[in-house]
Design a protein around this ligand. Sequence first.
Ligand SMILES: Nc1ncnc2c1ncn2[C@@H]1O[C@H](COP(=O)(O)OP(=O)(O)OP(=O)(O)O)[C@@H](O)[C@H]1O
Ligand SMILES: [Mg+2]
Length: 307
Amino acid sequence: MTSSRLLTDLRAVRRTILVANQKGGVGKSSIVAAIAVAVAKRGKRVLVVDADQQGNCTIRDLGVKSTDEGRSLAMTLQYGSALEPVRDVRQDLDVICGGKMLAMAGTVVSGAEQHGIDPRQNLLIALENLVDTVGYDLVLIDSGPGDRALLDLLLQVVSWLIVPTKEDDGSIDGAELLARRYLRARKDGALVELMGMVLFDCNPRAVRRNEETLGKIMDLLDGTGIEPFRSFIRQDKATSIDTRAFHLTPEELIDFSPPRNGEGSATEDSPTKKWSRDPGALATDYQKLTKEVLVRLSAGERAKEGV
Ligand SMILES: Nc1ncnc2c1ncn2[C@@H]1O[C@H](COP(=O)(O)OP(=O)(O)OP(=O)(O)O)[C@@H](O)[C@H]1O
Ligand SMILES: [Mg+2]
């Protein structure tokens, strides 16, 4: 289906948030993993869909060992087969893996009409079925930086969009490009709503500069009635290296000490050094963002139900 054709099936999967920016390296995967783990820790059932062929969220952030490298999601898009998550990546957290099998998904999606398939409908139905069967309270979709056809399709399936951005002009341009795709999807009938934009990798002490960046974000959101998130994700290189080395979120890193060689599941290649002295501040940023997201989600879902 091309995005210029009006959607015939006006549905979106409830409580499903897409995290996207056309620019790479703006925190999409880190944010998805951190919010997913935080919400699951509160005893809510969470599904992460890693729709990126890099599979960073699956492997690096969440440490999924038995990844199918995107096969299940690719099969759903092409053939409408059921989505098969890896269960219990953490308690109450399941993952539809991303990875290299999604490389062809973009081609499938962009050539769908010629081949008589409807990958949007395939994903919508498979995701709704899975969410209903398992009873997920929240679905978070991580997206890759490049694949526009897949991004357009995801915008036609989800109910919410969060756009992270760094302060540099390239990232803000990426957010603007994404905002345009979002508006076009809405014009074509998609039900997705922008939940907010969030500043990533920023210096919490650069108050004036952050205000200026927030100003640019406000300009982007002008006329939408949407506020950027109040919380931001601070720069913390040491913690971000540890999160990916140990496949833990900043919150999980707080009480974690690396096992020594020969101890527990440690192998010779396992990292033994933790660089971060205090992941607490970054963990707090994610906790605040998670809270804001949950507040906006429940208010937004209530409003949609009211409609
Ligand atoms: N708080 C932080 N401060 C500095 N760097 C960070 C922080 N959190 C994560 N990073 C690093 O920033 C980079 C980009 O983060 P991430 O992979 O989450 O972005 P992304 O938007 O998903 O990227 P891509 O578009 O490639 O999928 C990664 O190398 C990550 O380790
Ligand atoms: Mg990513």
